[in-house]
Each structure stands twice: as C-alpha cells, then as structure tokens.
Design a protein around this ligand. Structure first.
Ligand code: CAO
Length: 521
C-alpha cells in the first residue's frame, strides 16, 4: 500500500518564519519529482518547495498568507511508488560554505564601491537571470542590481548604496556564487558605508572583502512599486524566461504587486488568442490615473457568453441584411386574440408569430436551417425546426430553445415561451434546454431601437434581430397610409449564404408576416 508522505518546510537557514505566497498545486494534482509545490517568501527572498517524489497531491494543509516555520507540514503526497518510510520528507537547502572571493575590478577609485553577491544560502553557483542596470545608471539604495536563480529559489540582489553604476561584471546567463562581483558603483560620498552584503569599499582594494552577510540580510526582494522591478516566484520567472516573455509587460495582480502564475497564464492565453488573428491583444490600462474607478466582477453568464460571442464574431464572416415589414394586419389579429390568450394565462406577443413565420421561411430556404460541418466542406441540413430565443436575464443573455416550432400552435408556443423565459430569468434553464437550435431570434422590440447587428448563435448560420415596430407613412394605392412597420435585421454566415439568398429570405419572411394566412400553405 502506498504511504502518504508529509512534505514540510525545508531548512530556511537563519530565517524564522516565512509566508506562503503561492500554492502551485491542488489536491489531486499529479506532480513530478522536484516540481514546485508551494512558494514561500520571507521579507528578503522567495523560494519554492519542490516535490520530493513523483506522485499525487493528497491534502494541502496550508493556504496563501499562512506563516510557517522550518519543519511545518505543508502537504501530503501519495508517491507513485510506495516508500519504505513514514518519516517526514523535507527539501533541504544546502548550507552555504564561503565561496572564493573574486578579485576587485581594476578601475576602483576612492569613491567607488564594489558590490558583490551576498551569502545566498548555498555553495553551488546560481544563474544570473536579470541584470536590470546599465553602465551610467543612477541607482537608489535597495534598487535591484541583479536577479539570481537556483533550481529552488530566485532572489533579487539590492544595491546597498546609492550612486552611479560605473562597471558591470556579470551578465544574464553567468553562473555566480557568494562574493562574485556584480558591479561597481560610484557613490556621492567618499568612503560611504556599505551594507554587509557588499564587499569592502574601494580604498581597501587589497583587503579581503567584508564577511558575507547572513542570507536574511543579503537578499531583500525589492518592492516593485519602489523600484519598478517585477516581483515573481522562481517558477514564474523560469517559465517566462523559457518562453522569452518580458515579465515587465504583464500587469501583476498578486499580493504586494506580485506576479502570479495565473497572471502569466492569462497573459499567454491573451497573446495566443490575439496572435491567432495577427492582431495585438488589448493593452492593460490603469484607468485610476484618469480618475476614480471601481472593479465589478462580470456575471458567470456574461463570462461564458463573452467567449462564445467573441468566438462567433471573429470566426464567422457576418453580413446583416435589414428590412422593414408591414405588420399592421398581423397586429390587428394579435390584438383580437390577446384576451383569449390571457384567459389561458399567457401573453400573445409578436414573437410567437415571428417564430411561425421564420419556420415557413426556413422551409422555403433550407440553407438557413443548417450548420456548416467542422471541416467547412459540407452543409448539414436539418429536418427539425428548433428556434432559439434570446432572453435578457439579470445575469446576462441566455438562449433557450423552443423545439419543433413547426408542429406547435400559437397558444402552445406562447405558453412554452412564457415558461422558458421565466425559467431563464430564474437561472433554472438546463444545458439541454439551451442546445439544439437551428435558427435564433433576438427580439429587442419590447425595448426599442430601429435596427441592430445580431451575432450569429453558432452553429446556427443565421439569426433574426427584431426591433421596435412603429407607425410610419407607407405609399399605397396612390396615397400615404399609416402602417405598423417592424424593423428586421438578419445576420447570416456569408460562407453559407450569399447576399441574394439573404435578401430572398428576408423578403419571404416579410410576405409571411404581412399576411399570416400564407402560413397555411
Ligand atoms: N415592437 C413593438 N413592441 C413589441 C415588440 C416589437 N417588435 N416586441 C414586443 N413588443 C411589446 C410586447 O407586445 C409587449 O407589450 P405589452 O406589454 O404592451 O403587451 C412588450 O413589448 C414586452 O414584450 P415582452 O418582452 O414581454 O415579450 P416578447 O415576447 O416580445 O419577448 C423575450 C420575450 C423573452 C424575448 C424578451 O422579454 C426579451 O428578453 N428580449 C430581450 C432579448 C435580448 O436581450 N436580445 C439581445 C440579444 S443580443 O445581445
């Protein structure tokens, strides 16, 4: 039987407590050996707790924000291969023996300070992954001079002094260890005092460097706001580096301006979506610079529909055909039968007549009652007539489907529409009730507007937008007469339907709505 393994906080050197700043795994996740599980941070540096073995995360006993000490349990792991011990497994940091001291650069002067790599808590050489300074840069005290990364942690090396960088001794890709010279800094004051993490001042060129500082004094992570640097865990930095991504391009959302893995993933996703079209993604704008703002979460439905609407909008070449239909006689008929419908507890609105008229036009023009095959080479013609109806709900737009509209009468449709829209507004529609449409109607007629361009509810190939009817003068039999005109906006997929078919369809629909008796044929 596989024994669960306790993974604990590793040796933290001289650091007493650290904060959990990121959980990189969740219960149930399969992890490989050495995969980062959790990111810890002191006020000086961040480090990752690697998985001691390959296996499955069973339980996580800490959460982001928790303060932990060396030996504290962070999670339990079910190893892939059974282990013979129930001892706790902790990732051990190697103790840091003093490394050899590099000689100081030749051009030291009395006002020049040499800055060296402090005690980084390990003897092995680590990678230089960023050198965010240039020769001639004026730097502040605590400004990051270099970012170093081992396979367990990344750390930013702050400048112990303010001044001007006169020489840089390292570059990205170099391997460094304690006391490697980073740069020389010309200070404002001669003989200015240096932090313990830094070598002795230049006037003591021949003297050995000052003893390296303990790790907690050596590697404070510069606050991003203060230094303009990016604040990210080693895993995020590593991934960004592997993918050639400049972390500075990404807006961090983590605590204290920290770049999280989610920030990086969201940025990559956004780029992928954007680059698929060959266009730049939307830039992140800090609107607070222009005035007071607040954040409001989008509703769940809005988030879901946003994806589908965007997908449909960019994937389908839309054409929208507009028309105005004379529904004067239809409205008379509707008003005549309204009371009868009310007796049955339903509202006989224009929508049910539109649904029936649309079915007649779909029968006359089968490509409108179809979907394009996934490879784009075939039209799938449907012999059923299920009509999607866009319903505005407090949570956002949903599209329940009324099935077999061709087989149902006006009253039955009115009843079904009433039930479906009530369910939609109560957020009780089942996924099945929103699937299988062959054509969709989006009616904004009860609200207003003269026309709009509806987005096709793929895999449908067309959608009918309906705006508010109004009395307008129509020239008929040699004179202007007041008629009730209904604006229609038909969007169709131009890969499937050409302009002439679009115009034929809407003209046919106008005829049906103009004289509903034609539905009998
Ligand atoms: N012109 C003028 N009046 C209209 C009309 C039109 N085209 N369509 C409906 N009306 C009237 C109705 O007759 C009703 O009037 P009374 O209250 O005086 O009887 C009133 O407007 C309200 O109608 P309704 O909205 O209750 O009923 P409906 O059958 O027309 O529509 C439904 C039902 C569910 C489609 C609708 O309520 C709705 O949610 N529409 C919004 C759909 C939407 O958001 N689409 C946008 C998608 S793209 O983002």
């Amino acid at each position: 039987m596989t024994t669960a393994l306790n993974v604990t906080v590793p040796d933290l050197g001289n650091i007493d407590t650290v904060t959990i700043i990121e959980l990189q795994v969740a219960p149930g996740d399969e992890v490989s050996k050495d995969q980062a599980l959790i990111t810890l941070e002191s006020d000086k540096a961040s480090m990752e707790v690697p998985s001691p073995l390959a296996g499955k995360v069973q339980n996580i006993t800490v959460k982001v924000g928790d303060k932990v000490r060396q030996g504290d349990l962070v999670l339990t792991l079910l190893p892939n291969e059974s282990v013979q011990t129930d001892a706790q497994v902790a990732s051990k940091s190697e103790q840091a023996p003093k490394s050899e001291q590099a000689p100081p650069p030749k051009n030291e002067t009395a006002a020049t300070q040499i800055v060296r790599v402090p005690d980084i808590g390990q003897s092995a050489k680590v990678d230089v992954i960023e050198v965010p300074i240039k020769i001639g840069s004026t730097i502040k005290k605590n400004q990051t001079l270099a970012v170093l990364e081992s396979d367990k942690a990344s750390m930013e090396i702050p400048s112990p002094i303010a001044g001007v960088v006169t020489e840089i001794a390292i570059k990205v890709g170099d391997k460094v260890s304690q006391d490697t010279i980073i740069c020389t800094v010309e200070t404002a004051e001669q003989g200015a005092s240096v932090a313990p993490a830094v070598s002795a001042p230049a006037q003591t060129t021949s003297a050995p460097p000052a003893p390296p500082a303990p790790v907690q004094q050596a590697a404070p992570v510069a606050a991003p706001q203060a230094s303009g640097e990016t604040y990210a865990s080693p895993g995020v930095r590593r991934l960004a580096r592997e993918l050639g991504i400049e972390l500075k391009a990404i807006t961090p959302t983590g605590e204290k301006g920290r770049m999280t893995k989610q920030d990086l993933n969201a940025w990559i996703k956004n780029r992928m979506q954007g680059s698929g079209l060959g266009i730049e993604p939307m830039p992140a704008v800090d609107f607070s610079q222009f005035g007071k703002i607040e954040f409001q979460d989008l509703s769940r439905i809005k988030k879901i529909s946003a994806k589908f609407l965007h997908r449909n909008w960019v994937n389908i070449p839309h054409v929208t055909q507009f028309d105005e239909v004379d529904i004067t006689d239809l409205e008379d008929f509707r008003v005549q039968h309204k009371a009868k419908a009310e007796e049955r507890g339903v509202k006989l609105t224009l929508l049910v007549f539109l649904m029936k008229a649309v079915v007649a036009s779909l029968k006359a023009f089968p490509p409108f009652n179809a979907s394009l095959s996934a490879n784009g080479e075939q039209l799938i013609l449907k012999h059923y007539f299920h009509i999607g109806v866009a319903v505005d709900t407090p949570g956002g737009l949903v599209v329940p489907v009324v099935r077999d509209v061709n087989l149902k009468g006006f009253m039955e449709l009115a009843e079904e529409l009433k039930a479906l829209s009530a369910k939609a507004r109560a957020g009780q529609l089942t996924p099945k009730e929103m699937q299988g449409s062959s054509f969709t109607i989006s009616s904004l007629g009860g609200i207003g507007g003269t026309a709009f361009t509806p987005i096709i509810n793929a895999p449908d190939v067309a959608i009918l937008g309906v705006s508010k009817s109004r009395i307008a003068p129509v020239f008929k039999d040699g004179t202007f007469v007041p008629r009730l005109m209904l604006p229609l906006s038909l969007s169709y997929d131009h890969r499937v339907i050409d302009g002439a078919q679009g115009a034929h369809f809407i003209t046919h629909l106008a005829e049906m709505l103009g004289d509903m008796r034609q539905l009998l044929f």
